[in-house]
Design a protein around this ligand. Sequence first.
Ligand code: FES
Ligand code: FE2
Length: 390
Amino acid sequence: MAEIYQSAEDLLVQLKEVANGTLADASGAEPALYWNEDIAASEDANIFRKDWVCPGLAAEIPNQGDYLTYTVAGQPIFCVRDKSGEVKTYSNVCRHRMMQLLEGSGTTSRVVCPYHAWTYDLNGRLIGAGHMEKTNGFNKKEICLPEIRTEIWNGWIYVTLNPDAPSVQEALAPLNEVVSRYGMENYVPVVSENHVWKTNWKLLTENFMEGYHLPVAHKATVGAWFALNETMFPEETFDSFTYQTFAKTGNATYGQAHPDNTTLEAEWRNTSVLPTVFPCHMYVLAPDHLWYLTLRPKGVGEVDIRFGVAIAPEVDAMLSYADERTAWIDELVKFFEHVNTEDRQVVEGIYAGSQSNFAAPGKLSWLEREIHDFQRYLARRLVPNAKENA
Ligand code: FES
Ligand SMILES: [Fe+2]
């Protein structure tokens, strides 16, 4: 039976112990790691304020003035395609009286505050502010929205509040060797949705990272598409990400290269890569489509999820008639929404289970290798002297 009370210190000692051991000896995390408020505060300070998070695909804002809003460690931000065609990110808080400027996503030629109409250009510079002529020391040329560090990597937007974080390009260089062959920066986004699930963000991350549950929790959808025993993991472990690869069976509805795809060769034509970029960006990259999740904790017991789907350009090109395109995409999206519903049931179920006094961590399977990678990552970030295991 679990201890009635475990302090954050106790939980971190246990986390470090599992992280220091081998996968064959590893157990899941202590239940309270998922709902202890001090752990959540430490994650905010040491993970979400330090690492890169992903608001979505750059192709979701393809044209000048296209924007999307997001938060990083609770800070409202927006990403926008500026006049030079670059994606930039700014604080989404007005420099007058702190109103949030933009909501959702859309297109605009400038950013107008909905409170008193202070107006900013696409590079965050204040270009209009009425009735300020009697105010001492006001010079609109000196006012600009704070810019947030942004990098585009293989089509993904990454942002961080940390000026010292190593660049994404450097941190993800070994992953580039695996995923760049797919050309995912050319995939065409077809949907992006926001949801809130009642679970801790780490439980959803861990769920994404293991295929062990596929034949069971997903038996109505993707369960039969994979030969679990052939799951491949990289030999090394990496500081900023982990991944696995799966070969799809011949019966899979999605996941094989389109005949017009001439770049993927041999087994790569039916192989999917499933990267998790720590802490909270995960995607299934298949030869014909990708779908992604990007997570933001909402307290300990809820998570904000952005879910998106994009299709390979040759698949998009095949759908030449508008009606046919809409129908095909609707079916694809409905299918992955069904997969998400199956995951929602289990990750909300585990979170509820983690509240039980009888909850206790069980041993991990070799198929849960990435959960151990994630434990090692959490230990590196939350228990600084665990660094020797990096
Ligand atoms: S708060 Fe934005 S214009 Fe006043
Ligand atoms: Fe799943």
